[in-house]
Design a protein around this ligand. Structure first.
Ligand code: 5GP
Ligand code: MG
Length: 185
């Protein structure tokens, strides 16, 4: 299965970058009640690596956000499931997502957490895709900037597969087309 994926960011590059993001976060939150709130499912692998690089006390929480784009409209509806998210009132929340693409997911979640009484909300992403952003949002912590390609691995999926890869790669196009056709038939 690995042969379909071309490496874009290697395992060691990711590990180095996550380590330095951890150090930055540790310094920025050393005197704050930090909750790292990871957006399911894509950020799970980074979450596990990142929190082991942060030695200050902090809580770990999970939230699910799925976006649906209607067939006849460009408006995106975000459905938030917070059954695994503890109370964030008066906490300094660091939202962690796998990738900032259009920016809709993180923008909606920031608003949601502010409504829930979070003391502050910042964002961390493994990847930021250039050229697709629809809403103005600057991630506070960003691993890597990538071109407008569909990536998988290190948490990111295609049809719920490839999340386990320890690196980030690009799916070869003919394979994506073939898989999509198989799925449609
Ligand atoms: P947005 O920023 O558009 O609201 O959404 C970001 C979400 O879209 C991510 O959490 C991820 O689930 C999905 N996404 C965007 N680009 C990619 C990509 O290149 N690969 C994968 N696997 N998911 C992506
Ligand atoms: Mg996601």
């Amino acid at each position: 299965m690995d042969h379909k994926v071309e490496t874009l960011i290697s395992e060691s590059e990711i590990q180095d970058r996550v380590r330095s993001l951890g150090r930055q976060i540790e310094a920025d939150y050393h005197d704050k009640p930090l909750t790292i709130l990871a957006v399911l499912t894509g950020s799970l692998i980074m979450l596990a690596d990142l929190v082991r690089r942060i030695s200050i006390p902090h809580r770990i929480a999970l939230i699910q956000a799925s976006s649906y784009r209607g067939a006849t409209t460009v408006a995106t509806t975000l459905v938030i499931n917070e059954s695994f998210a503890p109370d964030v009132a008066n906490r300094d929340v660091l939202l962690l997502d796998d990738i900032l693409d259009t920016g809709q997911t993180l923008t909606a979640l920031i608003r949601h957490l502010a409504d829930r009484g979070a003391r502050s909300v910042r964002t961390a992403v493994l990847l930021r895709k250039i050229g697709r952003q629809e809403v103005p949002i600057e991630p506070d912590y960003c691993g890597f900037t990538i071109p407008d390609v569909f990536v998988v691995g290190y948490g990111l999926d295609f049809n719920d597969d490839y999340r386990h890869l320890p690196y980030v790669g690009v799916l070869k196009e003919q394979e994506v087309v073939r898989d999509t056709q198989l799925q449609d038939s």
